[in-house]
Design a protein around this ligand. Structure first.
Ligand SMILES: [Zn+2]
Length: 206
């Protein structure tokens, strides 16, 4: 559910942090449906919706709104903004009437972010795959980029979606970058790379 506070904008809770109950913008089902639609449109199948995505992943905001309204008659631009602005993970960004997903692409994009500056990054893997990763490195499977986390906690959280008891790998980002591996900051928590060769990986010791 997404609501709007007159003073603080969109929020996903019963009440805004200021105590205001807000007005309802999207119920749970609508939030889920629009969320899936936006993710699909900006990460996986822009072509199917007639969205001309540029190489950096941007599509025209109004074209996306039109495609959304065609599918969901009850939707509109404000409802789209409510999803984007209340998204706690910062999955999307809007700039100059264009919109893009910040990460999670399966389509071929070339994202133009700043280089990450953290010396160490983290990746959570299942016990079954960890030996292969240490031997062959981390490569994207269905996604365009490998997604790394900026903290141990985030890496564990991400990995727990797929495996109950993740093993954590430490990525020596500084050395990788010194050797010319591009590692880009997508959000505060998520960093992207084409791949991480094995020599920059080590098992995290508890
Ligand atoms: Zn408020």
């Amino acid at each position: 559910m997404i609501k709007k506070c007159q003073n603080h904008g969109f929020f996903r809770a019963e009440a805004c942090a200021c105590g205001d109950a807000g007005t309802l913008i999207l119920n749970d089902e609508q939030t889920e449906r629009l969320g899936r639609f936006i993710s699909g449109a900006l990460r996986h199948f822009p072509d199917d919706l007639g969205l001309a995505m540029n190489q950096h992943g941007w599509v025209d905001l109004d074209v996306l709104v039109d495609a959304m309204k065609t599918r969901y008659k009850w939707s509109n631009k404000e409802k789209l903004f409510s999803i984007i602005e209340s998204d706690e993970k910062g999955r999307y960004e809007i700039k100059a009437n264009k919109i893009r997903a910040r990460y999670g692409h399966s389509v071929d994009v070339d994202l133009d972010y700043e280089e990450n500056t953290l010396p160490e990054l983290y990746y959570g893997a299942s016990r079954e795959e960890v030996d292969i990763l240490l031997e062959k490195g981390i490569k994207p499977v269905k996604q365009r980029y490998v997604h790394l986390s900026t903290s141990v906690d985030k890496a564990r959280e991400v990995a727990k979606i797929h495996t109950e008891d993740p093993v954590l790998l430490v990525v020596n980002a500084q050395e990788a970058q010194n050797d010319g591996v591009a590692i880009l900051s997508a959000t505060e928590n998520i960093v992207l790379a084409d791949e991480i060769p094995p020599q920059y990986l080590s098992l995290m010791t508890e």
